[in-house]
Every structure is written in structure tokens, then in C-alpha cells.
Design a protein. Structure first.
Length: 327
């Protein structure tokens, strides 16, 4: 165990991000403006390289504590995602990498043996979904980095409660790398992480959550509640789009955070609101960690998310009517 790992991760990420931004390499990889963009000018999307470098630098101090079924698919996913950022790989190629990483995670972790076949078969598509929803939600300043900071910090805190300092430091290192990235990513963002950052972080949200579950530090609901601000927005949005026949891989600006920005919220206010949700969901999850299924907490958060979505839906309809009236 190394208590220096989070510090190393944060510093390496922050310094490398800054170096990339002033380099020719960073300037040659702007974020292509498309139907998902909520910013007006192209921004480099190479920050994921710095996040992974910081994370792996911190983890290098704890090599003997790592599992191959976490590290191997993580690195493979990073390489494929970086190629996607640079060369725009096809959806089929990216999805194949996501499925392969998820299968390695589930099979290598021994879920088949410990939790049973049904759990293992469910975890593969759930991991693929976590990888992709991180990409969907990485569209506003400070959003994905903040989710990782809060989410993995909650994993680390839960590991500390279980008296496993090593597992805690592994998770705190991921959160610290995200904190180092936020130095240049909070509004006004100078850099985005791109798929090379969002896909590995989504994988780790599932992978580290699975690892803690396997160790008996939390039950299956815990990672879902901790990362619920991302899971709910991405899942509800994609379900609604699918029901009306839209393609899941099609670029759009229908996520709740995107609509809030279109209605006039500043990106900093959107990020801070999301941070409040992340912190609230995480603290709630920690407070009921010893419960097999904390029905009251889950129902309360279902009501909170439901109320927020209904309010934003109503505001969006009013906003669109006003826009139509001006045309």
C-alpha cells in the first residue's frame, strides 16, 4: 500500500495536461463540434492521456495489489479509445473493444463462481453500458471529471470502513487523477478527456465496483447509487430516445445536463449542481452501507431524480414554446 499514490496521480495528471495543452500534439487534436457540443469553440480532447498516465503512475506504486483482470482490459480499452479519438473508429470496432474488456473483467474476476451465471451474464452488458454512458455524459465542463472524483472517493471511503487501506488507496488514486484533470477541465474548460479518458473511467466505475462487491465490502446496489447521477440521466435519456426510434449512437443534445445548458444555465452551475447530487448520493450510499437493500434510501433518491426530471421536462417544453414563438 502507498499513501503517496493519490498525490502522484493528481500531480502527474495536472502537469501532463498542462504540457499537452502547450504542445503541438494537443493543438492538433481539437474537439470536433457536432450535435452533442455545448461549447462554441473547438477544445482539445486529449486529456484522457494525462488522466491515464496519472492513474497508472499512482497505481505503479501498488503493483502487487492490482488484479490483471482490471489492468489488462483497462489498458486495452485506453489504446482503442485513443485510436478512436485520433482516427474516428467505427461504432462496431469500439463496441467490440467494450465487450471484450467487459468479458475479461467478468470472467477474470470469478463472478461465475462466486455470484453465479445469471449475475455474470448481467454484469457484461452493464459494464458495457457504464463504459458508454461515461462517454455520453462527458459533454460539459467539469462533469465527467467530477463524477470520477466523487464516485471513486466514495469507493475509497467504503473500503476504509471495511479496514482495507490498500483498496481505499487504489480508488482514491483514480479520484485524485480526476482531480488533477479538473484543474484544466472545470469551466471554462481548456481540455476534454475524450474517449481515451471517459471509456477507461466508465470501465473502472464498473470494475472497481465489482471488485469491492467480490471482497464483500458492499452489495450490488452500492456502485449503482454512488454513480446514479450519471446512470439515471444517460439511461432515461437513451430509453426515451429508443422508444421513439432514435439510434443510440446518433449524436444529440437531449441529456438533462445538455438541456439545462441550452436553457441558459452556465456550465459551472450545471457542474456544481451535479456535484451536489454526486456528493448527496455518495454520502447516502455510505450511510446505509450495512443494509442489504436500503429501500428507503433508494426510494428517496428515485423521488429526487424523478422530481428533477419532471421539473426540467416542464421547463424544456416552456423553453421550446418560447423559441417557436420567436421564429
Amino acid at each position: 500500500m502507498s499513501h503517496y499514490s493519490p498525490i502522484v496521480a493528481a500531480l502527474v495528471t495536472m502537469l501532463l495536461t498542462t504540457l499537452i495543452l502547450i504542445s503541438k500534439f494537443g493543438k492538433e487534436m481539437p474537439d470536433a463540434l457536432n450535435d452533442t457540443s455545448v461549447h462554441d469553440a473547438p477544445i482539445p480532447r486529449i486529456g484522457g492521456v494525462a488522466v491515464m498516465a496519472g492513474l497508472l503512475s499512482g497505481w505503479a506504486l501498488m503493483l502487487t495489489s492490482l488484479k490483471w483482470w482490471i489492468v489488462l482490459p483497462l489498458i486495452g480499452l485506453f489504446i482503442v479509445s485513443l485510436l478512436d479519438d485520433m482516427r474516428n473508429l467505427s461504432v462496431k470496432q469500439c463496441l467490440s473493444a467494450h465487450v471484450a474488456a467487459s468479458v475479461i473483467l467478468v470472467v477474470g474476476s470469478g463472478v461465475f463462481v462466486q455470484q453465479g451465471l445469471i449475475a455474470a451474464l448481467l454484469l457484461i452488458p452493464l459494464t458495457v453500458w457504464m463504459i458508454n454512458l461515461y462517454d455520453f455524459m462527458d459533454g460539459a465542463d467539469g462533469l465527467a471529471g467530477g463524477m470520477s472524483l466523487f464516485g471513486f472517493s466514495m469507493y475509497g471511503a467504503a473500503a476504509l470502513i471495511a479496514h482495507d487501506d490498500t483498496q481505499a488507496m487504489l480508488n482514491f488514486t483514480v479520484g485524485a487523477a480526476s482531480l488533477g484533470f479538473l484543474y484544466n477541465n472545470f469551466h471554462p474548460a481548456k481540455v476534454f478527456m475524450g474517449d481515451a479518458g471517459s471509456a477507461p473511467l466508465g470501465f473502472l466505475a464498473a470494475g472497481m465496483g465489482l471488485w469491492g462487491w467480490q471482497l464483500g465490502y458492499w452489495t450490488a446496489w452500492f456502485p449503482l447509487l454512488v454513480f446514479s447521477p450519471f446512470i439515471v440521466d444517460a439511461s432515461v435519456t437513451q430509453i426515451r430516445r429508443t422508444l421513439r426510434g432514435a439510434k443510440i449512437a446518433e449524436a444529440h443534445r437531449e441529456h438533462y445536463y445538455q438541456r439545462a445548458i441550452e436553457m441558459g444555465w452556465s456550465q459551472s452551475n450545471v457542474a456544481l449542481t451535479e456535484y451536489a447530487l454526486m456528493l448527496g448520493a455518495g454520502v447516502t450510499a455510505l450511510s446505509v452501507l450495512d443494509q442489504a437493500v436500503p429501500w428507503v434510501a433508494l426510494l428517496i433518491w428515485a423521488a429526487i431524480y424523478g422530481g428533477l426530471m419532471l421539473a426540467l421536462d416542464a421547463a424544456w417544453k416552456k423553453f421550446m414554446r418560447a423559441q417557436d414563438a420567436q421564429r
